[in-house]
Design a protein around this ligand. Sequence first.
Ligand code: CMP
Length: 141
Amino acid sequence: MIERTLCIIKPDAVAKNVSGNILAMIQNAGFKVLGMKMIRLTPAQAGAFYEVHKERPFYQDLINYMISGPIIPVALEKDNAVEDYRKLIGATNPQNADAGTVRKLYGESIEKNAVHGSDSGENGIIEIAFFFPKAELSANE
Ligand code: CMP
């Protein structure tokens, strides 16, 4: 089934200048890029994006980290996108991620873990809409 997932190249990976390497891994794995931009989130935007984690002890730290520098949201499409992308990036904690995954290669810690990925197709659509109005996505949308 064709699905969409939202990738965010997070501040640690942008600062390390490895965005191109990460995008190459994503594109070589067959994902189609529907939209991409480099932005800096406000605290309110970061808080809203991660609202599902509001009650978690790491919520405020996560917001502080996500606003610490520019990020690159990338809207992706592919057959079985959610599962395939999650395999490509590896476990949330880079220490537990398989060799060769994005987070193993580029993540620093469970918080500074290089990239975000949607956890379901439904959330992929919601999260892509958070960053991209329809008009900004590629034409065959
Ligand atoms: P992400 O996939 O973007 O979804 C939620 C983010 O919260 C996660 O990546 C990490 O950056 C962060 N996160 C998840 N669990 C923890 C944790 N135990 N401690 C600190 N940060 C976490």
